[in-house]
Design a protein around this ligand. Structure first.
Ligand code: FRU
Length: 498
């Protein structure tokens, strides 16, 4: 399929059922297909949208182009869950079927109000001259899942932004409603977060740009979220074109966060104190993460594992991307912690205890039968150097490598240079984080066929990445630069599909 403007924006009704079925079969039969993460039943998935708790269930939607691995005419697909782990796919929820969202029902959020879920999203409209008009739209979902779109846009493009004005997050703070939006300032062409108050869910007031940093935030910000973690405000956002001297990052576009001390929304002020803007994920592929607060004040986050303007090996199979597992956010010693949700443990089959083998050589096989869908918890003792290989072939010439040093100048480097199909190599094949010196290293690794999520030291860092290993490469092994045995202990679980 050639992705011309015509094919990208062809009406959904003009695609045949046969084409869709073929695409679904292709995605389902892929050797890279995931077993326990949200993935598209066909075509391309991108941002999570409308992540919320409503009517006794968890809801998440995602940006979808169901007809191929391309950023075409977007809609919202809907899933529900009782535990944030097992998701039921309810299919298409918001179609691009009005004049205001004619070129895509773009990203947005959801907020329960009384017995309905309020959805707020960007309608992408292009006029005859292909000029973009972003409309901020609303819709109500009732308890039966019926969605009714509002007739008129809630917010149109302000005079002070360009047409890059999208991704509304609607939230309630101290009994008042607000909306933050990603924007590009018209005059300076820099990335901004727009803030509106939304009185009684009826009347919008433009409170201007949220003040949260002196630094220039690239040329555009997408997908901003403002939530509260243990009562501290947290901004999660994607500044495109951010100068790497402001915050270092390796991916084409970063997903950043900034923890605050306080926020004064009426003054559009986010006070960060001494906190710095940081990468939300230290891996290769996380973008457009969405977070929300539950009624009891917990904070959950879910991410698109994929990046704009990057091609993935599954594009050839006409499908692309997935969502991360849900992460629970908290603070520890003033630092953001991301943890798997408790129900992830329900996916575990019988655990197998692991520990340093008695007889060792330079290569220590950790477990013989690993499969492609598992959780591996491993503690590597202090003062060691070595490499943990995942999805390796027999002689480990191919594997996903986790190189670690737990002595002085401790670090962890993840390399996907020697594993299967290579992609996005212009953005580097390794990612490195620095670790506390002389401390044991705790890893919780989740593998789902072509997705790897690594929680480091209890969630102080998360390293998320896609990898595309050759079929049958399943070895998990440790190698050491010396003949010395590496000391470790841990547990391995195969994980069930959802
Ligand atoms: C981020 C993004 C959003 C937009 C959506 C369109 O990945 O570009 O800004 O709303 O994707 O699918």
């Amino acid at each position: 399929m050639e992705w011309t403007r015509e094919t990208r924006y062809r009406a959904y009704a003009d695609w045949s059922a046969e084409t869709l079925l073929k695409l679904q079969a292709q995605a389902a039969n892929s050797q890279y297909q995931l077993g326990y993460h949200i993935r598209p039943s066909s075509g391309l998935l991108n941002d999570p949208n409308g992540f919320s708790y409503f009517n006794g269930q968890w809801h998440v939607f995602y940006q979808s182009f169901p007809f191929g691995a391309a950023h075409g005419l977007k809609s919202w697909m809907h899933l529900v869950s009782d535990d944030l782990v097992h998701w039921k796919d309810l299919g298409l929820a918001l179609a691009p079927d009005t004049k205001f969202d004619s070129h895509g029902a773009y990203s947005g959020s959801a907020l329960p109000v009384d017995d309905k879920l309020f959805l707020m999203y960007t309608g992408n409209h292009r006029d005859q001259d292909w000029i973009r008009h972003p409309f901020q739209l609303g819709a109500w979902m009732d308890q039966a899942g019926q969605i009714t779109k509002l007739d008129e846009p809630l917010i149109t493009q302000p005079a002070h932004t360009t047409d890059h004005f999208r991704d509304p997050q609607v939230f309630k703070h101290r009994d008042l409603y607000y909306v933050v939006l990603g924007a590009q300032d018209k005059e300076t062409k820099t990335g901004k977060i727009s803030l509106f108050s939304f009185k009684d869910l009826k009347e919008f007031t433009d409170l201007g740009y949220l003040e949260f940093t002196e630094a220039e935030m690239g040329y555009m910000i997408e997908c901003p979220n403002l939530i509260f973690v243990d009562d501290k405000p947290l901004l999660v956002f994607c500044p495109q074109g951010l100068d790497k001297d402001v915050v270092a990052y390796d991916n084409i576009y970063p997903n950043m966060y900034l923890l605050g001390e306080d926020v004064q929304l009426n003054k559009a002020k986010f006070e960060a104190g001494d906190n710095q803007i940081q990468n939300l994920d230290d891996g290769f592929d996380v973008y457009a993460s969405q977070a929300f607060n539950t009624p009891d004040g917990k904070a959950y986050l879910i991410s698109w594992v994929g990046l704009p303007d990057v091609s993935y090996p599954t594009d050839e199979e006409n499908w692309a991307s997935c969502l991360s597992q849900v992460k629970e956010l908290s603070l520890k010693d003033g630092k953001l912690i991301q943890r798997p949700v408790v129900s992830m443990a329900d996916l575990r089959e019988k655990g197998i205890s692991l520990q340093t083998a008695e007889k060792v050589n330079a290569k220590q096989q950790i477990i013989a039968e690993s499969g492609e869908q598992y959780e591996l918890k491993l503690t590597l003792d202090t003062d060691q150097n070595g490499t943990l290989h995942l999805a390796g072939n027999d002689d480990l010439s191919q594997s996903l490598k986790l190189e670690f040093s737990t002595g002085k100048d401790a670090y962890l480097t993840v390399s996907r240079a020697d594993i299967g199909a290579q992609f996005a190599t212009e953005f580097g094949t390794t990612r490195t984080i620095l670790l506390p010196d002389q401390k044991a290293l705790d890893l919780e690794i989740f593998i789902d066929h072509s997705l790897c999520e690594i929680f480091v030291n209890g969630g102080e860092h998360v390293i998320t990445l896609r990898f595309f290993a050759e079929a049958g490469n399943k070895q998990i092994a440790l190698t050491s630069p010396t003949e010395a045995a590496l000391n470790y202990r841990g547990t391995f679980w195969k994980l069930k599909s959802i």
